[in-house]
Design a binder for this molecule. Structure first.
Ligand SMILES: Nc1ncnc2c1ncn2[C@@H]1O[C@H](COP(=O)(O)OP(=O)(O)OP(=O)(O)O)[C@@H](O)[C@H]1O
Ligand SMILES: [Mg+2]
Length: 237
């Protein structure tokens, strides 16, 4: 692997007295598309939270672009180039699409806005619509576009396909693929839509009880029904 963009070494992390991640370790190469999969409650969201500084690290190291992130607040990690699209699409229903995109930003980043609209033309068409009027898929696009306005080098996506129709899921995955291809953005995607995530990603890690229990090329794991059944508990369809 090239020098990794993100490295987790022996990470133990959780929330207050609750330990969720138990010696988690993995690395992500620049421009890589990495899928994190596993049953409910194994610590996928917590992994992303630990990287963003939203869960407490009690042991181990998280290194981004050669810098140990210990002690950095979430906004400082964002400024370093980390972007999170949370599992709950946290958009403001009372604000318009465009207001959602620029909310909290000091200046209006014209180029970044244009890039977000180029990636999601549906959002451009609905830029004056209220967040509450958007379909689930459009809300997810807005949530991703919001993260992109922070100009991340590494984008963490937490179940971006959840609850969306197949066509919209394909549209989102195509957009994520463009991000890596055209802008060199590295992507870590957590997904329960395992087949689709594996079709999109280069490599996959399976988590169990807060640790990596399996690593494989995504295309190979996609065909490995026995392993998927055993570790993720889902039949291949
Ligand atoms: N804020 C929190 N405080 C305490 N415990 C939490 C908190 N968030 C999650 N947990 C616990 O941590 C464990 C792992 O949760 P996490 O959300 O990381 O799992 P997950 O793999 O993302 O699951 P899912 O597939 O359901 O999204 C669960 O047992 C959960 O109850
Ligand atoms: Mg989760």
């Amino acid at each position: 692997m090239d020098t990794p963009l993100l490295e987790l070494h022996d990470v133990v992390a959780g929330y207050g007295p609750t330990t969720v991640l138990n010696g988690l370790g993995f690395a992500v190469a620049p421009r890589e598309k990495l899928a994190l999969i596993g049953r409910n409650g194994v610590g996928k969201t917590t992994t992303l939270a630990a990287v963003m500084g939203l869960a407490q690290l009690t042991r181990g190291r998280i290194v981004f672009d050669g810098e140990d992130l210990a002690g950095l607040a979430p906004h400082q990690r964002a400024a370093r180039g980390l972007g999170l699209v949370p599992q709950t699409r946290d958009i403001f229903p009372s604000l318009s699409v465009e207001e959602n995109l620029v909310a909290g930003l000091k200046r209006r980043p014209k180029r970044a806005l244009d890039e977000a609209y180029a990636l999601f033309p549906r959002l451009a068409e609905r830029r004056r619509n209220g967040g509450a009027q958007l379909s689930g898929g459009e809300q997810q696009m807005l949530s991703v576009a919001r993260a992109l306005l922070g100009q991340p080098r590494l984008l963490l996506l937490d179940e971006p396909l959840e609850g969306l129709a197949p066509l919209i899921r394909q549209e989102l995955l195509a957009a994520f693929a463009r991000l890596s291809r055209e802008r060199g953005i590295t992507v870590v995607i957590v997904e329960q839509q395992v087949q689709e995530a594996l079709g999109y990603a280069d490599r996959a890690l399976v988590l169990e009880r807060g640790a990596v229990v399996h690593e494989a090329a995504a295309a190979a794991l996609r065909e490995d029904g026995a392993t998927l059944e055993r570790l993720v508990g889902m039949a291949v369809h």
